[in-house]
Ligand binder design. Sequence first.
Ligand code: PMP
Length: 369
Amino acid sequence: MIYLDNAATTKMFKECVSEYEKYACADFFNPSTNYIYGVDISKALNSAREKLLAKLGAKKGDIIFTGGATESNNLALRGSLRKGWEHVVSLGEHPSVFNLAKELENDNIIKFVPLQKNGQIDYEALEKALNSKTRLISVIHVSNETGAVNDIKRISKIRDKICPKALLHVDGVQAFCKIEFGLDDLGADLYTISAHKFHGPKGVGALYVKNKQSLKSIVFGGGQEYGLRSGTENVGGIMAMCCAFEKIDVKKNFEHVKKLNALFKSKFSGVQGVSYIETESPYIISLSFSGVNGETLMRALEKDVVVGMGSACSSKKAGNRILESLGFDKDKIKSSLRISFNAYLSEEEVAMAAEIIAEKYKEVWEKVK
Ligand code: PMP
């Protein structure tokens, strides 16, 4: 079976499993204890924080370890709320931002900004939505549905012009360890990552925070993680996540995935009824297969090739919201599938997967036409 749903999750690196085991079985101590063994674990966590800051390209700021990106996004949005201020959120966000924003919409503290046809945020509409009461702007870095890459630097410049005090939160789940960037250069104040999207374990992630004073805790307890995320840290998970990002050569992987992407698309050049949108991240392709239901094709393929139906953790409605912004009609949305690569796939595997998909599409289409 060839797995092409790496935007949903990735296979853990073997080294990370060993690292997890080390901190689960040998060095299992609680990092908040004061004896030497606990202090050593706390030092290991702090060293992981430093390494993550370096990998993100951030000279200032801190890392809050969390239970994954959903939690990081909730901490960023809820933790920064202040009475009388507004949040501005793009319509292209993952449900962990979008659905929370919908909750907050009832209190009139949210403004939504539409997307352009290329899947990026509408920068002019964003500019119009901002004002001196804007507390936070939340924008996804790479869309988990389409692979569109938002120009974060441009957004931070718009923020500096209109509301310099506003925080810029970026959901970087599909960007970190995949595309090259430096956080200091981007100008983000808050940045979300999730370990299982780059071959680390599930249920662990982080929120980068430029200035800890800008957030308030949303979980109360023992005061771990600078008082911003109480609860004993998932030490094994964090150390395994650190092992994963240290192993990844972002530039080399990007070049390889670019080749995989081009090769995959080339296999569909003569296949009628298949179309895809060109976006900037080579890791994700949103394809539509005219005349067939995406879910039917996905199931017909699943023994040989695993593909995604769009965001695995989103409702179908959320997928619609993003594909609709690209101008897709209902039928096109229904016939869409998401292909997402990892950098350890070979060209042979990707070529074979594309051929199988093209073949199966013809078979399913013959049956339903
Ligand atoms: N944001 C984006 C862009 C994602 O793709 C995902 C995972 N589908 C999440 C947030 C949620 O991540 P997690 O599974 O770590 O909660």
